[in-house]
Design a protein around this ligand. Sequence first.
Ligand SMILES: Nc1nc2c(c(=O)[nH]1)N[C@H]1C(S)=C(S)[C@@H](COP(=O)(O)OP(=O)(O)OC[C@H]3O[C@@H](n4cnc5c(N)ncnc54)[C@H](O)[C@@H]3O)O[C@H]1N2
Ligand code: MOO
Length: 392
Amino acid sequence: MISVATARELVTDNTVCLAPVTIPLKDSLGKALAGDIIAHADVPAFAQSAMDGYAFSFEDWHKESALKISGEMAAGAGEEKLVAKGEAIRIFTGAPVPSSVNTVVMQEKTRMVPDGLLIEDELLIRGANIRPAGSEIKKGELALKAGNQLTPAAIGFLAGIGLSRVTVYPDPAITVIITGDELQEPGEPLGYGQVYESNSYTLSAALANVGLSDVQVVQVKDNAQELTSAMERALKGSDLVLLTGGVSVGDYDFVIKAAADCKVQTVFHKIKQRPGKPLFFGKKGPAIIFGLPGNPSSVLTCFYMYVLPALELLTQRPLSLKTRQVPLVNSYTKQHALTHFLKGWYDGAGVRILDAQESYRLSSFAQANCLAELGVEARLYSEGEDVVIHLL
Ligand SMILES: Nc1nc2c(c(=O)[nH]1)N[C@H]1C(S)=C(S)[C@@H](COP(=O)(O)OP(=O)(O)OC[C@H]3O[C@@H](n4cnc5c(N)ncnc54)[C@H](O)[C@@H]3O)O[C@H]1N2
Ligand code: MOO
């Protein structure tokens, strides 16, 4: 069995980013840019009025004398107007500022008199209320760096500099294979020995939570042949395959055998941890595959601790849980020489280890806001002692 640290390293060393794709900008939310974006033109493309008001040449303005209004420029005006000496032009926000003027005054700071426009703005300076051409970004400048995640602001910014398509790391195609003869759909009556199938719900929700929806869920019986064909199909059509159950040593646990039959290269099987001790990780060609131990709490813990970091590498998005070192609010006796990931409640000061830590239960996970990581050593972890928590 390997340590948690080694397992983390092996996931990192064996996962590479997906091949970039060029997609419509409007479909790019949340994705990471696969290359630098360079502005191909000045933005704004012309000197632009920032206010509704009047444009004039600052040098021609004499405080006591009125300026004659000679025309108007609205946003979208397709033609430049010449403004003569001693004249002002009516102008609106977003309109191009003719090159014969250099200052805009807000209309609230002006007054109409019989011979024209009086400007009453003591603080007005040359160039006021004009957005110079290229003041957002100049042609040839770096707009966004490779790796930048496309937020609503980033998408708006790129549209504003004229882009309609971007090259990004795509969403991975994911197949979830649920194994187990005992599983029944929620909502249906339970027969003897049956349990409700919950792992596909947990995983679909955990994936949706990080914006991933290209997910196929397949359910197979505890049957070696059926599992092998499902795995083979999944490996062909997916970047990431997640299995739940069947990864331990029972007579009906076929994941390891199916992986071997599919010529999956085993990277590791079994980690010194609880929950999720029998976790399997392998790869075949560009696809990676996790065999998540079937217990519901093992599934979700392994998802957070190993699958999310793998997804981070595949997509180049910051998906891994954030960690923090905080003191324990209650003491905890750890009896096994395994790293423990314990459901906890972090109140901003310390972490309380919750009850119901068994891997078949999700009740405490459903209320937890973090997983506390307790080192491999079996001992009493005392109140006040610092531990690492992973924030959910
Ligand atoms: N002799 C040993 N037995 C077990 C060991 C061991 O080291 N030696 N390890 C135990 C540990 S730890 C774990 S974790 C489990 C992992 O077993 P599997 O991955 O083979 O999972 P299953 O046996 O198929 O299922 C375990 C448990 O989870 C329930 N389950 C499975 N799938 C679902 C689902 N989709 N939704 C809800 N519940 C599910 C299943 O009914 C079982 O109760 O092995 C231990 N055994
Ligand atoms: O390693 Mo298991 O997930 O504790 O029941």
